[in-house]
Structures are given as C-alpha cells and as structure tokens.
Design a protein around this ligand. Sequence first.
Ligand SMILES: [Zn+2]
Length: 68
Amino acid sequence: MYIILALLIAVAVILILQPWKRRGCRWREDRRALVDGRVLHRCAACGAELALPKGRQPTTCLAGQDDQ
Ligand SMILES: [Zn+2]
C-alpha cells in the first residue's frame, strides 16, 4: 500500500516540477505559414507556440523563463 502511495507522490512531483521543461525549447517550424506572413514555431519540449517573421528563429523557451 505504501508503495502505491509513494508512486503517486513521485508522479505528482514529476508533474509539478516538469523537469523536461528545463532543458530548453526544441523549436520546430510549422510549415503552414500564417496569414500575415509569419511562421509558427512550436516547441516540442513544452508545447509553446510562437509566431515570428520568416527567417527568424525563437531563442528562448517560454516555459523556462524562471531559469534565467
Ligand atoms: Zn519550450
């Protein structure tokens, strides 16, 4: 019984801390360009979305701003 409880706590801690968000963003360009000419970038790590002008790459992780 205590093992199940410990597992639940471990899962909760992992979900709260979300350590995968601290590794920085892995931005991927969405091939579908937006209407106004910007390109949508989606982070594979945290799911953040950012629309930037063509040719620009996002450099910061929207979820990891507390790291800096
Ligand atoms: Zn991210």
